[in-house]
Design a protein around this ligand. Structure first.
Ligand code: FAD
Length: 292
């Protein structure tokens, strides 16, 4: 790939790119320079090589045996942000959600404050239909751009995103590169107040270290945390992994957990909740790679 401009590395440990701080290495790790570089890479990568994309790693367990094939992480070339006419804002998908919320606040664009409560990147928000405190990505997305496994650059209108609760049905092989959001005119001071309220609610109710956020989706008609609590799993511990005593739908790495311990803890919680209430919990956290 003579025209490749990004950085391609072998055996890059991935734990450092995740909130849990666990997991093995990427067999190959690619950081494209920009969207065209990403498209060139994917066009020229043999079809049999698996591709995995990671964002800010805030919803991710990387298994201890690492990730085969190529893991892609978007960096500087995808960090652009631009306020547009009509209370719109465009952002590259490596941009953190909170930065988009802050840019919107400064520009007097209301409706995007909820993004300040999600510690991921815009790419992760598109894939997960990230939402918090009454707002969801689907409420504000106008369109997204992405590159498919064949290296085609595609545009997705809102209707093409197939958004559902913490899910987009855009094929898994699409790597999102940019998004445009629609807000509404608002008062910067009032928006700053909303963001401050979200921050203090989060600080009071969620662990903020070595976790992956909500582990399981809320099953229809239930709160996952409540089912977990009722099944007696609050503070349950396996090795270095613990169900957060503060918010029992969060798992935490106490410091020296392995990915296997965190995943085993999650599966134990699922089994206990099933036995106690009959409800099957579905993982919200994405697990990638192979066991050790
Ligand atoms: C403390 C804490 C609090 C949280 N609170 C919330 C909350 O309130 N609401 C909420 O919705 N989530 C919450 N989360 C979960 C997480 O922040 C979101 O799911 C977020 O959208 C994930 O973004 P990310 O960039 O970290 O993605 P990652 O964790 O890196 O990846 C998640 C998924 O997105 C995919 N992905 C990432 N980037 C791209 C891309 N460019 N193109 C295509 N796919 C991509 C990955 O392949 C993976 O499948 C929380 C997490 C933590 C740690």
């Amino acid at each position: 790939m003579g025209e490749l401009r990004g950085r391609l590395l072998a055996n890059q440990p991935l734990g450092e790119f995740t909130w849990f701080r666990v997991g093995g290495a990427a067999q190959a790790f690619f950081m494209p320079e920009d969207e065209n570089d990403l498209a060139y890479f994917l066009r020229n990568l043999p079809a049999e090589i698996a591709v995995t994309v990671i964002g800010a790693g805030s919803n991710l367990i990387v298994r201890d045996g690492g990730v085969p094939g190529v893991t892609i992480r978007l960096g500087r070339g995808f960090n652009n942000i631009a306020v547009q006419d009509g209370s719109r804002i465009g952002a590259g998908t490596a941009m953190l959600d909170v930065m988009v919320a802050r840019a919107a606040q400064k520009a007097g664009i209301a409706g995007l404050s909820f993004l300040s409560g999600i510690p991921g990147s815009i790419g992760g928000a598109l894939r997960m239909n990230g939402g918090a405190y009454g707002g969801e990505t689907t409420d504000v997305l106008v369109e997204a751009r992405g590159v498919d496994r064949q290296g085609n650059i595609c545009t997705f209108a809102h209707a093409d995103m197939g958004f559902a609760y913490r899910h987009s049905s855009v094929p898994d092989d699409v790597i999102f590169t940019a998004a445009v959001f629609q807000g509404r005119a608002g008062d910067p001071e009032a928006i700053a107040g909303e963001m401050a309220a979200i921050k203090s609610k989060r600080e009071a109710s969620q662990p903020r270290n070595r976790t992956g956020g909500s582990t399981f989706k809320n099953p229809p008609g239930h709160n996952a945390w409540k089912l977990i609590d009722e099944a007696g799993c609050r503070a349950l511990t396996i090795g270095g992994a613990q169900v957060s005593p503060l918010h029992c739908n969060f798992l935490i790495n106490l410091g020296n957990a392995t990915a296997a311990e965190i995943e085993a803890l999650g599966e134990t919680v699922r089994a206990r909740v099933k036995a106690h209430s009959g409800v099957t919990l579905e993982w919200e956290i994405k697990r990638i790679g192979q066991p050790a």
